[in-house]
Design a binder for this molecule. Structure first.
Ligand code: FCB
Length: 458
C-alpha cells in the first residue's frame, strides 16, 4: 500500500461511535428507574425563554429507543465494522435512590448490552457519568454537596463490580465542565445556578469524586483503563497583541485545563489563580493540599471536539475575556460550526501540555436541523465531508508523529435527544423517527463503515 496516497490509520486505531444513556435510552420511567435531573429540568424549562431563543419543548423520554432496540442498534454497529461503542450508564437506572439499594433490572439491562457488544466483537467504552444524576441527589445539593464524592464512588463501585470483568475502557465523567461549571457558575445548564464560590466547590467535589473512582478502580486490579472526557473548543486570539494573547490563554485554562490539569497533574492551573483574583478568592479552603493528597493519575484522556473559538481582551467580561464561536466556513448561524483544522490545534495543545498523554477523540459530530424529511436527511453529504475532513486531520497528525492519538468516536451513533435542543438537531449516522423508532442508515453510515473496515480515508 502506498503510504503517500490516501490517509491511513494504524491497525490498532479505534474507530467507534458514541451515545449517552439519557439521550438514547428512552424508557425513562420503566423497570425501576428513577427520574434524572436532566428529565426533571427538561420538564421545568420546556418552552421557556433561553436568551433570544427558547428551550425545547421536547423531553428526553424516548431518546432513540435504545432501551428497547439495543439489539438492532448493535447489529448495525457490527455491520458498520465498529471497533468500539461508547455508552454511559444511567445512575438512576442502577441505583434509583442515588445511594443504597441496587436495581437488578438496571444491572441486567447493561449486562445484556455489554454482552451483545462483546459477542459482536465491539469493545464497550463506558462513561460512568454523562450528565444525568438521580434527581433525588440533585435535590440534596448534587455536585455542591460535600457528600458527592462518596455518593459517586459507591455508584462507581457498583459499576466496576457488575461490569468490570468485561468492560476494559472506563471514563469517570463526560464533560464535567458542562454539568458543573455551566450548571453552577454560568447558569446555563441544570441546575441553572450562578454562584462562583459554590461552583468552584462543586468542581472541587467532582474532581475528588473522580480521584476516588480512579483509585478504587486501580485497587480492584481489573486489568482495564480508566480516564475522563473533557471537551476542548480551541481558542485563537483575535490579534497578536499581548492583551489578546493573555485573554486567549486564560480562556483555554478556564475551559479546559481547569479540569484536565488536576486530573493529569494534581493541581489547578497556576496562571489563572495568579492572575484572576476573583477565582483565587472564591476557592474552597485548603483546596491545593486536598487535591495533591487525593490525586491519582488516570490512563488516558478523552477529548470531545466540535468547534473553535476566538478570544479577545475585554475588561468588562468574566476573566477579562470575550469569546465567540468562530464560524469560519460554516453556514451563518449553523449549530456546532464545523472547523476541522481546530482538531489539529487541539491535539497539539493537549499533547504539548500533557506529555503526550494517550488521547481518544471521544466525540466529534455534525449537527443538522431536523427538517422531518427522511429521504433528504439520509442523503447527508455534508456529514460525509465533515467526517472525512476531521479524519484527514487525524491521519496527518499521526503521520506528523502524534502516536498518542489512539481513537475516534463519531457522535452519535443514531439521532437522539440533544440536551436543551431536544429532537431539533440530528447528529446520527442512523436516522431515527422519534415517534415510531423507525431506523434508517444515512449515507454517512455507509461511508463511515468503509473507513472503519479499511482504516483509511480518501
Ligand atoms: C457534547 C455532549 C454530548 C452531545 C454533544 C452534541 O457536549 O457530550 O452529550 O450533546 O455535545
Amino acid at each position: 500500500m502506498n503510504r503517500y496516497v490516501g490517509f491511513h490509520f494504524p491497525e490498532d486505531f479505534v474507530f467507534g461511535t458514541a451515545n449517552s444513556a439519557f439521550q438514547s435510552e428512552g424508557a425513562w420511567d420503566r423497570d425501576g428507574k428513577s427520574e434524572t435531573n436532566m428529565e426533571y429540568y427538561a420538564r421545568k424549562v420546556a418552552g421557556q425563554p433561553r436568551g433570544k431563543n427558547f428551550y425545547t419543548k421536547d423531553l428526553p423520554d424516548r431518546g432513540c429507543f435504545f432501551y428497547d432496540n439495543y439489539e438492532a442498534y448493535i447489529e448495525d454497529m457490527a455491520k458498520t465494522g465498529l471497533d468500539s461503542f461508547r455508552l454511559s450508564i444511567s445512575w438512576s437506572r442502577v441505583i434509583p435512590n442515588g445511594v443504597g439499594e441496587v436495581n437488578p433490572k438496571g444491572i441486567d439491562f447493561y449486562n445484556r448490552v455489554i454482552d451483545k457488544l462483546l459477542e459482536k466483537g465491539i469493545m464497550p467504552f463506558v462513561d460512568i457519568y454523562h450528565w444525568d444524576m438521580p434527581q433525588c441527589l440533585q435535590e440534596k445539593g448534587g455536585f455542591a454537596s460535600p457528600d458527592f464524592p462518596d455518593w459517586f464512588c459507591s455508584y462507581a463501585k457498583v459499576c466496576f463490580e457488575a461490569f468490570g470483568d468485561r468492560v476494559k475502557m472506563w471514563s469517570t465523567f463526560n464533560e464535567p465542565i458542562v454539568a458543573v461549571t455551566y450548571g453552577y457558575i454560568r447558569g446555563t445548564f441544570p441546575p441553572f445556578e450562578k454562584d462562583l464560590k459554590k461552583g468552584l466547590q462543586a468542581i472541587h467535589n467532582c474532581l475528588l469524586a473522580h480521584f476516588g473512582a480512579v483509585k478504587l478502580y486501580k485497587s480492584m486490579a481489573l486489568g482495564g483503563k480508566i480516564g475522563a472526557v473533557n471537551p476542548l473548543a480551541p481558542a485563537t486570539p483575535v490579534s497578536i497583541s499581548q492583551t489578546d494573547l493573555d485573554a486567549c490563554a486564560r480562556t483555554m485554562e478556564y475551559s479546559f485545563d481547569w479540569w484536565t490539569e488536576p486530573m493529569l497533574k494534581g493541581n489547578y492551573p497556576q496562571m489563572l489563580l495568579q492572575t484572576c483574583p476573583d477565582i483565587a478568592e472564591a476557592m474552597p479552603a485548603g483546596y491545593a493540599k486536598e487535591l495533591a493528597e487525593q490525586f491519582v493519575p488516570m490512563d488516558f484522556l478523552g477529548v470531545n471536539y466540535y468547534f473553535a473559538r476566538t478570544a479577545k481582551y475585554d475588561p468588562e467580561a468574566f476573566l477579562q475575556t470575550k469569546t465567540a464561536v468562530e464560524t469560519y466556513f460554516a453556514e451563518p448561524g449553523q449549530s456546532y460550526a464545523p472547523y476541522p483544522a481546530g482538531l489539529f490545534d487541539l491535539v497539539q495543545y493537549v499533547s504539548d501540555r500533557y506529555d503526550n498523554v494517550d488521547i481518544y477523540i471521544t466525540e466529534n459530530g455534525y449537527a443538522s436541523q431536523n427538517i422531518c424529511d427522511e429521504e433528504k436527511e439520509c442523503d447527508d453529504l455534508d456529514r460525509i465531508m465533515y467526517i472525512r475532513e476531521h479524519l484527514r486531520i487525524m491521519a496527518r497528525l499521526i503521520r506528523a508523529g502524534y502516536k498518542n492519538l489512539k481513537g475516534y468516536y463519531y457522535w452519535n451513533d443514531a439521532d437522539s435527544y440533544e440536551e436543551l435542543d431536544g429532537y431539533n438537531l440530528r447528529f446520527g449516522l442512523t436516522w431515527v423517527d422519534h415517534t415510531t423508532g423507525k431506523r434508517t442508515w444515512k449515507k454517512s453510515r455507509y461511508y463511515f463503515s468503509e473507513v472503519c473496515k479499511s482504516k483509511m480515508v480518501n
